[in-house]
Design a protein around this ligand. Structure first.
Ligand code: ADP
Ligand code: MG
Length: 342
C-alpha cells in the first residue's frame, strides 16, 4: 500500500526549560511510514517524544531537521489553503478532551465550526443527518450530548464527540494521543473497538500510549521510543512475541514492585530483570512512571551539561549532532527492526 505519512529523519530540539539553558532533544532522527488504514502504536514512557511526534504531524511543532510528507508533499510547505485542506485529512484527539472545548459554548459548536469552515453549502437537514451518523458510529445518542455544555458530559462522551468530529471531516489520519488513559474501563473498550472499526474503514491511526497492552490490542505495527529515538519497530505481533531491545523488554516485563527503584544510567539502557512476556498494566501506575520521569530528568541534566556553558558554544554544533545521533537500527527479521544498545 502506498505511504500516506512519511517521517524522514525528523529531529526536534526544544530549548531546555531550566535556567541552565541548553537544548532538549525531543526527537532524534525519527523515520517511519504510515500507510492508509494502518494503526501504528507509539509507545514509550513519559518524555520519550510521543506527543512531539503527534504535534509535528499536526503541524503544532516544526521539525528542527528532517521532513514529514503527506501523500508525498512536505507538510511544512503548505500555503494557508493547503493547510486548511491538510486539516481536513489529518486531525488529532488528545488526552484531555475537556481542553479541546470552549467551556462557555455548547459542544455542538465544535460541529458548527466544522460546517462553517468546510461544508458551508450543505443544507441544514443534510448536516443534521451527517452529525447523527457520525455520533451513531461513535455510539453516542444525539439527544444525550447535543445541546449540552462540556462539563455536563463524561470524559468518554467528550472523547467520542471529538472522534465523531474527525469522522465528519472524513479524515484520513487520526492522531490519538493517550486518549484512553482517562476513560473508565468499559468506555475504554468502546473507544478501542471504535478505533478498530475505523481502521477497517480505511482510517490510518497514530495511537500514542504508554500502556503496552492497549497498543497490542489495536495496532498493526509498533514503534518503541526512548529518549526521542526509535529503539524497536515492526509488526506488533513480532515485537510482542519476541522483543529484542532491552528497553522494550523492560516495558513488557511485569512490574511487581512498583515502589522499588529503577536502575538507570544517563544515556545507557535502563537495567531490566529477566524478560517476561506478561503485559504490564501496572505500567500505567504513577509511581513507576515517576521513577522513569526521573530517569529522563537525569538524561536532560547530562545533556545540558554537554550543551550548556560558554565553552560548549564553539563546538556546540558538532556536539548537538553527536547528541542527536540515534542508535543504529538493524533488521532482526522482516518487519522487525532493533536498535543497537545506547
Ligand atoms: P511524551 O509525550 O512521550 O511524554 P513529549 O513529546 O511531550 O514526550 O516530550 C519529549 C521531550 O521534549 C520531553 O523532554 C519534554 O520535556 C520536551 N518538550 C516537549 N514539549 C516541549 C516544549 N514545548 N518546550 C520545551 N520542551 C518540551
Ligand atoms: Mg505525551
Amino acid at each position: 500500500m502506498s505511504t500516506l505519512i512519511k517521517f524522514d529523519q525528523v529531529s526536534k530540539l526544544y530549548p531546555a526549560t531550566s535556567r541552565a539553558g541548553g537544548l532538549t532533544p525531543a526527537l532524534r532522527k525519527v523515520s517511519f511510514e504510515l500507510p492508509p488504514g494502518e494503526v501504528i502504536s507509539l509507545i514509550g514512557e513519559s518524555g520519550s517524544g510521543k506527543t512531539t511526534i503527534g504535534k509535528v504531524l499536526l503541524r503544532l511543532a516544526r521539525p528542527t531537521s528532517g521532513t514529514v510528507t503527506f501523500g508525498g508533499k512536505d507538510i511544512t510547505a503548505y500555503s494557508q489553503r493547503g493547510l486548511r485542506d491538510y486539516y481536513r485529512d489529518v486531525q488529532g484527539v488528545f488526552q484531555d478532551p475537556f481542553s479541546s472545548y470552549n467551556p462557555i459554548y455548547r459542544v455542538d459548536r465544535v460541529y458548527d465550526m466544522v460546517r462553517g469552515s468546510y461544508f458551508p453549502k450543505v443544507s441544514d437537514s443534510e448536516w443534521s443527518g451527517r452529525v447523527e451518523a457520525a455520533l451513531d458510529s461513535v455510539a453516542l445518542n444525539p439527544g444525550d450530548v447535543l445541546g449540552k455544555y462540556p462539563h455536563q458530559l463524561s470524559g468518554g462522551q467528550q472523547q467520542r464527540l471529538l472522534i465523531a468530529r474527525a469522522l465528519l471531516l472524513e479524515v484520513k489520519v487520526l492522531v490519538a494521543d493517550e486518549i484512553i488513559s482517562m476513560l473508565d474501563a468499559s468506555t475504554r473498550v468502546d473507544v478501542l473497538n471504535l478505533l478498530v472499526k475505523l481502521k477497517r474503514q480505511g482510517l490510518a491511526i497514530l495511537f500514542i500510549t504508554h500502556d503496552l497492552s492497549l497498543g497490542n490490542y489495536v495496532s498493526d505495527r509498533t514503534i518503541i521510543l526512548r529518549h526521542g529515538a526509535i529503539v524497536e519497530m515492526g509488526a506488533t505481533e513480532k515485537i510482542f512475541a519476541n522483543p529484542r531491545h532491552e528497553y522494550t523488554r523492560m516495558l513488557l516485563s511485569a512490574v511487581p514492585e512498583l515502589h522499588s527503584k529503577w536502575q538507570h544510567s544517563p544515556l545507557g539502557p535502563v537495567a531490566v530483570a529477566a524478560p517476561a512476556l506478561a503485559l504490564a498494566p501496572a505500567l500505567a501506575q504513577a509511581s513507576m512512571l515517576d521513577e522513569l520521569t526521573h530517569a529522563e530528568q537525569v538524561v536532560k541534566r547530562d545533556l545540558r551539561a554537554v550543551f550548556g556553558g560558554a565553552r560548549a558554544v564553539a563546538s556546540g554544533k558538532s556536539q548537538v549532532a553527536l547528541a542527536l545521533e540515534p542508535p543504529q537500527l538493524r533488521e532482526y527479521e522482516p518487519d522487525h527492526l532493533v536498535a543497537d544498545p545506547e
